[in-house]
Design a protein around this ligand. Structure first.
Ligand code: GDP
Length: 365
């Protein structure tokens, strides 16, 4: 018998009424979902008539609102769902329970028009940046904004501390910009600094990792797990089998009771939300920019506009241009400090609430 509370589930009388059982999604495949419920690992499919495929609400990316309209939000890794348990066969998923946190990305199969959930119900976002190369405060700030928007608590983890003699300046610079956020320097190779993460590595808590490729995400997960759960760069390059060992799940339960979510969509998350990635994904569109008669052309109705001309001739598709404009808007939004600040206010409230709870418990005992 699996205890779903160990997976972070908070029991609710409403969820368990009737014929339904709560379950947590541990991996998403094309049409099937791997889940954990009271009976252990089960597979399930969505109940039609409750979940409508291909009905989307465009551009829900910055909100925690449903990304589908009229339908239950499609489950993603980490979601708690209600299932009609069917022994020996695929169970039926009938409801996606409310999420406490969520990462959305633009669905690549929709030309950037729709959003898609990539991870849900995580408690902490570990934002990884390597101390020895590519140390970029702006990028960390963007990841922080994303994290606050997700509804979870960010922690900045500076990796590869063993390669740098003195990293106090980097830590100080970050502590200044990231007030209220824990910043720590660790080495997954020597184990130095890992103790500082102890407050976050508690049983029943779920963590996601953000950071560019090569910063040491897999190495850190393996160090925390005490075993090689994920293939690190050397192994990935060696055996050519791609990113993961074959046994890899998307939501991993460590022996310590901590869970880690690592989905393919997570790795592309940053790409859609930072302006850097935008140009790369839309180089065909950006080719037309900066070539108009007026340098401040808004591409609406100015004469000599290269974009308008390309749209008229068909060289640039209207749908590509619309997607680009939407994404550009999103990217600007994601750099918007007000979102970051409102996230931080939320965090302060959370801390106050948490302190009150602890005090209450202490007073009782
Ligand atoms: P990922 O792409 O973010 O999953 O990065 P990996 O975990 O595969 O690590 C990329 C490279 O950095 C590998 O060569 C690792 O051995 C190396 N690496 C990761 N963590 C550390 C560390 O703490 N110290 C040192 N010296 N190297 C590390």
């Amino acid at each position: 018998m699996a205890d779903l509370q160990k997976y972070g589930y908070i029991p609710s009388a409403l969820d368990e009424s009737g014929d339904y059982l709560p379950a947590r999604v541990t991996a998403v495949y094309k049409e099937r979902y791997e889940m954990i419920c009271r009976f252990g690992q089960v597979f399930g499919k969505l109940k039609s008539g409750v979940y409508y495929p291909n009905v989307f609400m465009p551009q829900g990316i910055k909100t925690l609102s449903k990304e589908t309209q009229g339908s239950e939000p499609f489950p993603t890794t980490g979601d708690f769902v209600l299932i009609r348990y069917i022994a020996g066969s695929d169970s039926q998923i009938v409801k996606t329970l409310p999420r406490k946190s969520l990462f959305l990305r633009l669905d690549p199969s929709s030309s950037g028009h729709y959003s898609q959930a990539v991870a849900a119900n995580f408690d902490y976002v570990f934002i990884l940046a390597s101390l020895n190369q590519d140390f970029n405060v702006k990028r960390i700030e963007r990841y922080l904004t994303l994290s606050w928007q997700s509804g979870a608590v960010p922690v900045v983890v500076l990796t590869k501390a063993d390669l740098i003699e003195d990293y106090s300046n980097q830590v100080k610079a970050l502590q200044k910009t990231c007030t209220g956020v824990m910043v720590c320097a660790v080495s997954a190779l020597t184990g130095s600094g890992l103790n500082a993460l102890g407050d976050y590595l508690k049983p029943g808590k779920t963590i996601v990792f953000l950071g560019s490729s090569g910063v040491g995400k897999s190495t850190l997960v393996n160090a925390l797990a005490g075993q090689a759960l994920m293939a690190t760069r050397e192994i990935r390059e060696d055996d050519g089998r791609g990113r993961h060992t074959t046994t890899h799940r998307q939501l991993i339960m460590l022996d310590s009771g901590v869970m880690i979510i690592d989905t393919p969509g997570m790795r592309e998350l940053g790409m859609w939300d930072v302006t850097d990635g935008l140009g790369e994904a839309f180089s065909d569109v950006e080719d037309y920019l900066g070539r108009c008669r007026f340098s401040d052309c808004t591409h609406v109705n100015e004469p000599g506009c290269t974009v308008k001309e390309a749209l008229r001739s068909g060289a640039l598709l209207e749908s590509r241009w619309e997607s680009y404009k939407k994404l550009k808007h999103e990217a600007v939004y994601s750099e918007d400090k007000s979102a970051y600040l409102s996230g931080k206010r939320q965090w302060s409230k959370e801390i106050a609430r948490y302190s009150r709870q602890i005090k209450k418990r202490r007073d009782k005992s």
